[in-house]
Design a protein around this ligand. Sequence first.
Ligand SMILES: Cc1ncc(COP(=O)(O)O)c(C=O)c1O
Length: 423
Amino acid sequence: MGRVANSPLDRSFAQECDAADPLAGFYDRFVRDDPSLIYLDGNSLGMLPRATAERIGEVVRDGWGRGLIRSWGHWMARPRQVGDLLGHHLLGAAPGQVLVCDSTTVNLYKLARAALGARPGRGVIVTDDDNFPTDRYVLAGVARERGGELRMIHTDIDHGVSAGAVGDAVAEDTALLCLSHVAYRSGALADMAQITRIAHDRGALVLWDLCHSAGSVPVDLDGCGADLAVGCTYKYLNAGPGAPAFLYVRADLQEQLHQPVQGWFGQRDQFAMGPAYDPVPGIGKFMTGTPDIIGIAAVSEGASLLAEAGIGALRDKGMRLTGYLIELADAWLVPLGFRLASPRDAARRGSHICLYHPHAVRLNEALTEAGVVGDLRAPDRLRLGPAPITSRFTDVWDAADIIRRVAGGSAPRRDEVLADGQP
Ligand SMILES: Cc1ncc(COP(=O)(O)O)c(C=O)c1O
């Protein structure tokens, strides 16, 4: 029997999906110097929005160049204003609970240390052994500083942390549970509401790492009763390399928590240069030093683009893009030795997936050569993240097609790849 027209395996199917995609208009709002490049690593470093390049130029030229130090008059409020923007559109957080500041690593330290201080008599921090390295390292350091213990949940690296495993690990001795909402490797999505409830039942606080979920899946921090969260802005928020991170502290916890990095930007009457640290009330005390104003401008532009697209539409497209990639992988790549190393159920994953292959290192090099940029999670997984605001269904089809050709030993050369990405 001949092939059915417009089967998902035909490129025309992907073209039809693109034609019907309500987010298709965002494609050209990003800088695309090389139209043949297939970029599936927006979950590591998001693309540059055209508006951001302009906005940064303005901040540098007008705010810094012309306004000089006078610009601090309006710059001072930016960490909080852009935090509220993120909170409202992407994190499910009411105003006054989110700040854009520091790096994710530094914010993790600040909030984990503060959480332990707020649970005297409890010395245990719980995380999982496949949590992102910086989380595990920071938490181990905090546990050591406090004379406590870091308890690891053993995790299936393809399926992520289950609520049951959390229930077994968090006990009356636990001050803090810290997990990634979307696992950095497999993309497995944790059940924030259920896991938060389990930890609260045992009297522990919960700190969520939202690096791979902010901007890719709807997050409802207030609705889930979450205590604390951190996340970066250079992945799905497209704010650029090293752009400042964000932190969330639930309103009613802010007075109880002591911020361990007692910087002057958290100080009451900051420019009185007083003799002793006396923090402002509210979220402001979680500031440390001088905020990165240029970086915050990029966060603001990135978040505004996502807000315009709508997190519901982004989530819907993210599930469809990864679902399509899995469908093509099942048909073309599994026979070549690949295996899906992420949850198959779209509701259980974020916007990236992993494909296991014993020669993933070599394949990743060859794919980069052929113009498909994903990344490698050593030693044996290709990680592919079609970011919903920048990726097309045809990108997914082209990437899967190139992967099968590379793995099958007939890799296209870059000069064989046409401008629309199709080899
Ligand atoms: C889940 C997760 N947490 C934390 C980080 C690192 O944060 P940073 O290096 O920005 O402090 C990353 C970076 O990729 C990450 O994926």
